[in-house]
Design a protein around this ligand. Sequence first.
Ligand SMILES: Cc1cc2nc3c(=O)[nH]c(=O)nc-3n(C[C@H](O)[C@H](O)[C@H](O)COP(=O)(O)O)c2cc1C
Length: 203
Amino acid sequence: MVSLDPKEMTPLDCYKFLIGAVIPRPIAFVTTLSETGVLNAAPFSFFNVVTPDPPMVSISVQRQGGAPKDTARNAIHRGAFVVHIVSEPYVEQVNQTAATLPPDESEVALAGLTPVASDAIDVPGVREARIRMECVLERALPLGGTPEAPACDLLIGRVVRFHIEASLYDRGRIDPHGLAPVARLAGNDYSLLGRIFTIERPK
Ligand SMILES: Cc1cc2nc3c(=O)[nH]c(=O)nc-3n(C[C@H](O)[C@H](O)[C@H](O)COP(=O)(O)O)c2cc1C
């Protein structure tokens, strides 16, 4: 085994270790609305479920040069955002939205995605997603770095509406093949679902 002390590693080395080790990571495609009403979108693979009661998800948005990214700034300002599960047919468009655009330019328009109004919040989502979740901001936690200059904003969203393509949803179960989720590996690598197998859980 190679054993490493993070205190003796640079943040970049720690980042490379984490993104290579914690794989495959699901990808949240997040839309937010800027102060001036521009629909912003970006993918985030530091994404997971927090709790089902009430349903909450987390997204960790790294800061850039000390400043929160548009997604974090908008989500905190509006108190709402939409999380979409990234499926294979629109992953190329999602990737285009990771371009760093000025806050007054919409990545949704850039990538040719179709805005769709939300039911419970004033932030639109995109139609191309097979699953989308309207979220209100439950908590935004600045973490890491130093108290004066945190490294990231951990956004915790409480889901106030789930949307799913009807053909994927059968009596509360989601068809994983129909969903065709895309996951992130290290660097520019992605993966699809591999072999699915079942193991009985011990009583
Ligand atoms: C597949 C993928 C996953 C990403 N995951 C993250 C992430 O978890 N956290 C993060 O801060 N940036 C992540 N990024 C980079 C952001 O998407 C990128 O910085 C984006 O421009 C941020 O947009 P915004 O400034 O509109 O918020 C990821 C990029 C890609 C392509």
